[in-house]
Each structure stands twice: as C-alpha cells, then as structure tokens.
Design a protein around this ligand. Structure first.
Ligand code: NDP
Ligand code: 8X3
Length: 257
C-alpha cells in the first residue's frame, strides 16, 4: 500500500514473536521501513524474508536488550537512511516464574528487571538522541495491566511493569521540549508466547491461563499502536489500557468454560 507513511521508519524490539512480530508486520504493510530486533536471529531473518517478499524494506538487528554494548553497536551500525527512526516500540520483555516473594528465584527476578526495565532504558538511551536531533519521534512503551495493578505471585513482574509505566510518564516530560510523543500501552491478557516463557516451556500451564477467555491477539495490539501512530502530529495518546471484554482488571475474568 503506497501512502504518506512511505518513507517513515519504525524500530520494534522483540519482533521475533507475539506483539513485536505483529507490529512489524502491520507497519510494513502500511509502507514503513521496519527495523526488527531480537535475540533469535533465524526468526528475524524469516520475518525479514516474509515482509520483504511483500515489498517492504526490512532491516534486522540481532541483539539482547540487556547488553548495553550490543545495543549501542547495533544502533550505531544502522546505515544512513535507517537512522531516522520515527517510531520506537520498546516491546521486548518477559515474565519468568510466578511465585511468592519469599520463594521467588532471584535469577528470574534479575532477568525480568534487566530485560523489562534496564533493557528498555538502554534502547531508549541509544535511540532517543537520534529523535532529539531531528526534533521529532514517537516512543511506545509496552507496559501491561501489571503496570497498573499487582496480583498474587506477580510481584517482580508487576514491579518491572510499574517501572515502565513511570518511565513513560517521565520520558513524556523529558521529551516535551523536543516534540517527541510518548505512549504507554498497557495490555491485559493476550495469547502469545508470553505464558510459555513465564512457565519455562510448560505449555499445559500456559494454555490454562487462557482457558475460556477470548484473549487479545498480537494483531489487536498492533492495530491499537497503528491507530495511535496515525493521529495528527498535535495529538498524543498518553496511556491506553486494553483488555479482552472478558477481563476487568487482573483479578476479574469472566471465563466461559
Ligand atoms: P512473546 O514472548 O511472544 O514475545 C516477547 C519478545 O520479546 C520476543 O520477540 C523476544 O525475542 C523478545 N525478548 C525477550 N527478551 C529479550 C531480550 N533480552 N533481548 C531482546 N529481545 C527480547 O511475548 P509478548 O509478545 O506477549 O510480549 C511483548 C511485550 O508485551 C512484553 O514486554 C510483555 O511483558 C508485554 N505484555 C504482554 C502481555 C501478554 O499477555 N502477552 C500483556 C501485557 C504486556 P527473543 O526471544 O528472540 O529475544
Ligand atoms: C501480561 C499480563 O496479567 O499476565 O503483562 O501480567 S498479566
């Protein structure tokens, strides 16, 4: 589709699965140049081929958001013509484990804090100066309903997403004088690889999370981000919480089983 978005560039972290993959596909179909990132390079190359075959311009950056040097060298390696990033979607993230605070695995805690909070900061620290230099840009931070509420055994994941929520507010203030929009997206239950990762490959436990609920899809989230990104320059959606119709907060589900 040829339209006014033709020459714009979006960078999506965590584009090898779930929301990130769907966001990359949506914006590629809308005429954006797309920078897709993640740790699983084979998946990045697969997605690049799929989107390129449909006519999109796609560049892959294979790095772990927890590694500041890799983040810096990946972004610095962008060829000219790709550094004019109009939209950054800080999407890479995960939950690992679900346990009481007195029983939690501290390695799991480190992974969540390092990825969801420090990784998001590292990528932002590297890309935001490029936006500031151009005096425009739009940052989307994928927080969660877990950034609005807390739930039993969700302690550290919820804390990491509350941090994302706070950083979205802080970034909006810091970026104000540069004309850069910051949008916080807080999805509720969405069926992706999220629960498989949280339960460390236990698909039975992961499937049980979604039983009897028509969950959000990754494409639903991509659609919402596309909407926010398509508004006129003077309009900034600050914060959106999105749940399935069968969910009203983390503790209230109307399961049809
Ligand atoms: P998926 O597990 O399907 O996708 C997660 C993505 O994050 C993958 O592409 C993964 O890529 C990437 N990622 C994870 N760790 C790293 C890392 N260290 N470095 C680089 N990339 C990384 O989950 P979702 O799509 O559901 O999750 C996307 C975001 O949405 C997360 O921040 C999650 O917390 C949030 N969220 C999810 C909800 C849900 O119910 N699904 C609801 C609310 C928020 P790779 O492994 O290749 O590196
Ligand atoms: C993912 C949604 O409710 O499992 O962020 O924390 S929830």
């Amino acid at each position: 589709m040829l339209n006014c978005y033709m020459e714009k560039t979006i960078m999506v972290t965590g584009a090898t699965a779930g929301f990130g993959r769907a966001i990359a596909a949506k914006f590629a179909a809308g005429g954006y140049k797309v920078i897709i990132t993640g740790r699983r390079n084979e998946r990045l190359l697969e997605l690049q081929k799929e989107l390129s075959d449909s006519g999109a311009k796609v560049l892959t950056l294979n790095f772990d958001v927890r590694d500041l040097d890799s983040v810096n060298s990946a972004v610095n390696s962008l060829p000219s013509g790709w550094k004019d990033i109009d939209i950054l979607v800080n999407n890479a993230g995960l939950a690992v484990g679900l346990s009481r605070i007195n029983e939690g695995d501290t390695d799991d805690w480190d992974r969540m804090i390092d990825t969801n909070v420090k990784g998001l900061l590292y990528v932002t620290r590297t890309v935001a100066p490029l936006m500031v230099a151009r005096g425009s840009g739009h940052v989307f931070n994928i927080s969660s309903i877990a950034g609005k509420e807390v739930y039993e055994n969700g302690n550290v994941y919820c804390a990491s997403k509350h941090a994302v929520d706070a950083l979205s507010k802080a970034m909006r203030i810091d970026m104000l004088s540069h004309g850069i929009k910051v949008t916080n997206i807080a999805p509720g239950m969405a069926e992706t690889e999220f629960s498989i990762v949280r339960f460390k490959g236990d698909t039975e436990k992961a499937d049980a999370v979604y039983r009897g609920v028509k969950s959000l899809t990754a494409e639903d989230i991509a659609e919402v981000i596309w909407f926010c990104a398509s508004l006129p320059g003077h309009v900034c959606i600050n914060d959106l919480t999105i749940t399935p119709t069968q969910q009203a907060g983390t503790g209230h589900l109307n399961r049809k089983v």
